[in-house]
Design a protein around this ligand. Structure first.
Ligand code: FES
Length: 268
């Protein structure tokens, strides 16, 4: 968060080198393609996950667990007896991954571009209504600073996702190697990669150190920081892969639950 003294008010956004006016640019490449594809993908996945996590079961009665497979949107499952049937148990957990993703540094860059055109791309002009530049110092965008808190919280459902994947391997007293279990493992793996590649985590581990080699503790932190940095280089890929797979995992379990598909599995 940057500190702009209140007495100075908000500065005019510096014109920079981009041409003025929405979409004005000297770029010759197809700069709008990536934000357009990302906007479609993000909107489809986010809308589906919201509807599935909050509305599907109360409105349509569609189960979110079947044959030992639990949709990742409901893990850890908290379903007290007093919960009315018109309230989805997903409400208790979804705010954590939702807050984590919404405040993610990578997703901010992406949706600032494709939703707010602020800016639509590097060296591309913005709408004139963006002349006043509050950055993330005012509501609602000041809430982006909660990202580190959501990072800590995100490890709780992640822990349970690994347990769910492991538990799904044993069903009806048999070992079951099924496609559903494989999807749950891949989902937990990708979400772990996404969480560990977080910019904020990298800073927690290796930031605010003047010397990496001065003590055993700082050397350990440096080693960890190097590992996280190698993951962080691919944070965008982790973000998209984990978003797509968590969406597909829920779709798969919902289809299984309504009997639309069968789960190919080896049992012994
Ligand atoms: S920066 Fe993307 S999850 Fe933290």
């Amino acid at each position: 968060m940057t500190g702009i003294p209140a007495s100075l008010g908000l500065p005019r956004k510096p014109p920079g080198t981009a041409r003025q006016g929405l979409g004005a640019t000297g770029r010759l490449d197809d700069w709008a393609l990536a934000p357009a594809v990302q906007a479609i993908l993000f909107t489809v996945c986010a809308t589906y996950l919201f509807v599935s996590g909050i509305l599907f079961t109360p409105l349509l009665g569609t189960p979110y667990e079947v044959d030992g497979y639990l949709s990742p949107l409901f893990s850890p499952l908290f379903r007290p007896d007093w919960l009315p049937t018109w309230i989805s148990p997903g409400l208790f957990i979804l705010w954590v991954p939702l807050g984590f993703r919404a405040t993610c540094y990578y997703y901010r860059k992406a949706y600032y571009r494709f939703y707010f055109a602020d800016p639509p791309g590097c060296a591309v002009g913005e709408p004139s209504l963006h002349k006043r530049y509050a950055m993330e110092t005012r509501f609602p965008f000041i809430l982006q600073n909660l990202h580190r808190l959501f990072l800590y919280l995100a490890f709780i459902p992640l822990f349970f996702l690994w347990i769910d994947a492991g538990v799904s391997v044993v069903h009806d007293g048999q070992v079951r190697l099924g496609l559903g279990g494989a999807i749950l493992f891949v989902n937990a793996f990708l979400l772990t990669g996404y969480s560990l590649s977080c910019h904020s985590l990298r800073h927690i581990v290796g930031g605010q150190l003047d010397c990496f080699s001065c003590s055993r503790r700082t050397r350990v932190r440096y080693t960890l920081w190097q590992r996280l940095t190698s993951l962080n280089l691919h944070h965008m890929a982790w973000a998209w892969a984990s978003l797509i797979v968590v969406t597909l995992a829920d779709v798969y379990i919902r289809l299984l639950a309504i009997g639309a598909i069968a789960d190919p599995a080896i049992r012994f």
